[in-house]
Design a protein around this ligand. Structure first.
Ligand code: SME
Length: 161
């Protein structure tokens, strides 16, 4: 497919995801390289959903290490169980954080970040990394974001495993 996205002008989050996610799945389905797909997903979500920061932290030995991202520079290493990302890795589940300042152990890479969602990427049951999306507003993420972002991470896992 052509390497361009149609970005929905809708202000409805579900309509935006319904337009964007199939396009991203089509884009990554033509490529088996994990890093290439992570890079395109970060850009597609950053610009398609107008998120403040979108990126990946990948499991390397006993830490998460910063991978492809779009947005301001970020922390490079996170220990297992630390911050939202480290807990999502450790517990192998999605975390939706409506107010990062109220989340015990949150790691503030940017003082502008106010809410966050972290979705683990599982290949054959093992967490190989996490998708982290940050907002500069409180309460930006809910079950709708969780549904579509988990769907996308499952598609990525199927394509790259
Ligand atoms: N806030 C994250 C750290 C990563 S940055 O937000 C990009 C956390 O608590 O794990």
């Amino acid at each position: 497919m052509a390497e361009e996205l149609h970005i929905s002008a809708s202000t409805d989050k579900i309509e935006k995801y319904e337009s964007l996610i199939p396009q991203v799945e089509a884009l990554i389905s033509g490529e088996t390289d994990l890093v290439a797909n992570l890079a395109n997903i970060a850009a597609a979500l950053r610009y398609g959903m107008d998120f403040f920061w979108v990126g990946f932290y990948m499991v390397k030995e006993d830490q998460l290490v910063l991978g492809p991202f779009q947005g301001p520079i970020a922390c490079t290493r996170i220990n297992r169980g630390k911050g939202v990302c480290g807990q999502a890795w450790d517990q192998a589940k999605t975390f939706v954080v409506s107010d990062v300042d109220a989340f015990p152990g949150h790691i503030a890479c940017s003082s502008d970040s106010k809410s966050e969602i972290v979705v683990p990427i599982k290949i054959n049951g093992a967490v190989i990394g996490v998708l982290d999306v940050d907002s500069d507003e409180l309460n930006s993420f809910d079950a709708v974001d969780q549904k579509y972002l988990e769907r996308l991470m499952n598609s990525l896992s199927d394509i790259c495993s």
